[in-house]
Design a protein around this ligand. Structure first.
Ligand code: HEM
Length: 478
């Protein structure tokens, strides 16, 4: 039926992919250790053209125009539950499929994450960045694993910003906190849960001690879960604790709806939202910093341009430079945009269900089809970005740069665009600004080949070794 009678039968693609999901499974899990679908899709589009039938009921598109159509505000497409269920956060802003539930949750969360909210709480971000800088500069003779260093700071920022809590990753020598190691493993394993959701169902019914005995790497995840659950229970028992907190946290807004349309979230929904924010807010920003710094270390001109701009604007290194002033720096801003472009944010093509017959970039698509296109498609489009695989902050300073802006889509597009983009931008300004103003890096035992191949772990992964560097405080202040 799938090959000869299905409404997608005329679309090109491997016969096996049209017949069975096992084709997709192979590239998700088996081929080269998994995470290969994004690379494989590039090959498939070379062979079959701009639309490929990648599963019995799914089309993938390789044109930027298609990306813009699929993730357009108001087109009525919804998230595909099978894919999103792997995160097991169905009752969060990210997990809701229902349009009304999703909108209500976004409205509740917006005040904490809009530009005004971020500007007011920038000191919370800065405190964590200060810890990062002093930790990074404290062991000049030992190479630092920067993968963990930047995950540590972004995790602590979201913990502190959204929950008023800390995990302790920035205090762990070498940033080797067990949670960071386990998160990395869990990301690689997330696709397994997508294909075998029964694993997650079974584990969730077992007592914690048995689950940890079976899967020891879940210990740290349980610790965080328990910490979040305890905080939620304390607040639900008596929400006056929120008034005693140093600053607004996510529950200040979730539990005090100002609009009568908004219902108070259940305990399960609060826990889902908390988990989601931690995951969405840490690896993504961490990876952007990691990638940007790698390219700066590889190109002395970029490094010099960043440092001279910062040195001129930031005379006294021991006084903080406010976010608003960092935002005015053109080269730093161009560098952040290029870091976001080249690191992509999320690499998995994000699947949406089409509910009525439609046309995507000129291709008719029947109702019920799952459609997707990757952020990598846009960011690597040579018709938009010249030499797209190369890192050139200058492209964002050219006369036609304004035209490029709408094709910078690391945060996605449309109604499901990232909730945390203002927070992410603020973190990127503060982290990059501080590290280039205050620290010197010398790469150690890492090369271009380590960053050459992208892996699809939903967020971007690299197939090579972690970036290591010797880091020391900068001697020259001007
Ligand atoms: C460079 C940093 C970041 C990048 C590149 C990024 C990227 C994205 C992308 C592409 C999506 C859409 C996912 C989808 O449709 O499945 C998304 C959604 C989301 N992100 Fe981010 N993100 C970043 C940082 C953050 C931060 C710091 C937070 C913390 C608040 C956050 C919270 C969220 C949430 C809650 C959603 C779900 C939005 C919804 O469905 O309405 N993100 N992000």
């Amino acid at each position: 039926h799938r090959l000869f009678f299905h409404p997608l039968r005329k679309y090109p693609g491997p016969r096996l992919a049209a017949a069975t999901w096992l084709y997709r499974f192979y590239f998700d899990i088996i081929s080269q250790g998994g995470g290969e679908i994004v690379t494989h899709l590039e090959d498939l589009h070379e062979i079959y053209g701009p639309v490929v039938r990648i599963g019995p009921n799914e089309l993938h598109f390789s044109e930027t125009k298609a990306f813009m159509d699929i993730y357009r505000m108001g087109n009525g497409f919804t998230k595909e539950p099978w894919f999103y269920d792997m995160f097991d956060m169905q009752e969060s802003s990210f997990g809701f499929v229902d349009v009304h539930q999703h909108r209500a949750r976004r409205e509740l969360l917006n005040p904490l994450f809009n530009r005004r909210g971020i500007a007011q709480l920038q000191h919370v971000i800065r405190d964590e960045v200060d810890c990062l800088i002093s930790q990074l500069g404290s062991t000049p003779d030992v190479p630092v694993n920067l993968h963990y260093a930047f995950r540590a700071v972004t995790l602590e920022i979201i913990m502190s910003y959204a929950f008023g809590k800390h995990i302790g990753c920035l205090d762990t020598p070498g940033f080797n906190h067990q949670l960071l190691i386990d998160i990395e493993g869990a990301l690689r394993g997330a696709a397994t849960i997508k294909w075998f959701p029964i694993i997650s169902t079974v584990l969730s019914t077992l007592p914690e001690a048995i689950t940890v005995a079976l899967v020891p790497s879940m210990r740290s995840a349980f610790d965080v879960r328990n910490m979040l659950a305890t905080q939620i229970d304390e607040i639900l028992a008596d929400d006056r604790v929120l008034q005693d907190a140093d600053h607004d946290v996510v529950y200040t807004h979730l539990l005090n709806p100002t609009n009568e349309k908004h219902i108070r979230p259940s305990r399960k929904s609060l826990l889902d939202e908390a988990h989601l924010l931690i995951q969405a807010g840490s690896d993504t920003v961490g990876n952007t910093v990691y990638t940007g710094l790698f390219y700066a270390m590889n190109d002395p001109d970029i490094d010099k341009a960043l440092r001279s701009e910062l040195d001129a604007a930031w005379k006294k290194m021991d006084e903080a430079l406010p976010l608003q002033q960092l935002e005015q720096l053109p080269y730093l801003t161009a560098f952040i945009k290029e870091s976001l472009r080249v690191s992509h944010g999320v690499v998995s093509p994000l699947p949406r269900i089409v509910h009525q017959d439609t046309v995507i970039a000129g291709h008719p698509v029947p109702a019920g089809t799952v459609v997707a296109s990757g952020i990598t498609i846009v960011h690597y489009d040579p018709d938009i970005f010249e030499s797209p695989r190369e890192f050139h902050p200058e492209r964002w300073l050219s006369t036609d740069a304004a035209e490029l802006e709408k094709f910078l889509v690391p945060f996605g597009r449309g109604s499901r665009q990232c909730l945390g983009l203002n927070l992410a931008w603020a973190e990127l300004y503060l982290i990059f600004g501080n590290i280039f103003r205050k620290l010197d890096f010398k790469m150690h035992d890492t090369g271009v080949e380590d960053f050459a191949k992208i892996k699809d772990y939903f967020v971007t992964g690299y197939a090579g070794r972690h970036l290591h560097a010797f880091v020391k405080p900068r001697r020259s202040t001007l």
